[in-house]
Design a protein around this ligand. Structure first.
Ligand code: ADP
Ligand code: 5GP
Length: 211
C-alpha cells in the first residue's frame, strides 16, 4: 500500500490538551510534521517565534492573505490565526502526515479544499475537567478563560463535521488512539488512489493478455 502523507486536522476546546497530545505524538513517531501557524495573538510566556507560532501583526497577516500564502485562516477570540501554505504542501509531497492544530472554522475550510483530510476533535472527559485544565495551565487571565469557555459552547455544536471524536483522558492512551486512527484512515480507498490506479492497470494488462 502507498504511504502518501495524510493531512490531519486536530481541533478541540481550548485546554483540551491539543498541544500536549501533538508534542507526545511527534516525540514518539517520526512520520508526523506539525504545521506552525501564523497568529496576531501575543506570545505567552515561554512561547518562541517559529516554534509555537509565527507571531505577527494584523497588517502583515492581511498582506499574507492577499498573497495567497495561507491555506486557511480564521478569527478566534479577537485574533487572526492561519496556516502557511508552503510548508504543508512540501511535507505532504515528501510523504509526511501533516498535523494542523486549528479551530473549527479553519477545519471546515480544510475539509472542503482537501476532502481526503482527516478531521479529529479532541475533548477532555467532561466540562469540569476542561475548566480545571484551562485554569491549571495558568497562561490566561480569568477574563480570557471565560471567553474561551464561551467559545467552547459554540464549538461543541460543530463537532458532527469531524471524522472522529477523541477523548483525552489518559494522555498515553490518547496518543495511541490518534496514531491508530491515522493508520486506519490511510487504508480508506479515497486515500489509496495511487495504489488503486496501479493495481487496476496491472489487472487490465492481464485481461488484455487473456483474450
Ligand atoms: P490546548 O492546546 O488544547 O489548549 P494544552 O495542551 O495546553 O491544551 O493542555 C491544557 C492543560 O491541560 C495543560 O496544563 C496540560 O498539561 C493539561 N493536560 C493535557 N492533557 C492532559 C491529560 N490527559 N490529563 C491531564 N491534564 C492534561
Ligand atoms: P491558542 O491561542 O490557544 O494558541 O489558539 C486558539 C485557537 O486557535 C485554538 O483552537 C487553535 O487550535 C486555533 N488555531 C491555531 N492555529 C490556527 C490556524 O492556523 N488556523 C486556524 N483556523 N485556527 C488555528
Amino acid at each position: 500500500m502507498s504511504h502518501k502523507g495524510i493531512l490531519i486536522v486536530i481541533s478541540g476546546f481550548s485546554g483540551a490538551g491539543k498541544g500536549t497530545l501533538v508534542r507526545k505524538l511527534m516525540e514518539k513517531y517520526d512520520e508526523y510534521a506539525l504545521s506552525v501557524s501564523m497568529t496576531t495573538r501575543a506570545p505567552r510566556p515561554g512561547e518562541r517565534e517559529g516554534v509555537e507560532y509565527f507571531f505577527t501583526d494584523k497588517e502583515h497577516f492581511e498582506e499574507t492573505i492577499r498573497q495567497n500564502g495561507l491555506i486557511e485562516y480564521a478569527s478566534y477570540c479577537g485574533n487572526y490565526y492561519g496556516t502557511p501554505r508552503a510548508y504543508v504542501e512540501k511535507q505532504l509531497a515528501e510523504g509526511k502526515n501533516v498535523i494542523l492544530e486549528i479551530e473549527i472554522q479553519g477545519a471546515l475550510k480544510i475539509k472542503s479544499q482537501f476532502p481526503e483530510s482527516l478531521l479529529l476533535f479532541l475533548t477532555p472527559p467532561s466540562g469540569e475537567e476542561l475548566k480545571r485544565r484551562l485554569e491549571g495551565r495558568k497562561t490566561e487571565s480569568e477574563e480570557v478563560i471565560a471567553k474561551r469557555l464561551a467559545r467552547a459552547v459554540e464549538e461543541s455544536e460543530g463537532v458532527e463535521a469531524y471524522d472522529y471524536i477523541v477523548v483525552n483522558d489518559k494522555l498515553e492512551e490518547c496518543v495511541e488512539e490518534v496514531h491508530s486512527l491515522v493508520d486506519a484512515a490511510r487504508r480508506a480507498p479515497l486515500r489509496q488512489e495511487a495504489f488503486l490506479r496501479k493495481i487496476r492497470e496491472e489487472l487490465q494488462r492481464f485481461t488484455k493478455g487473456a483474450d
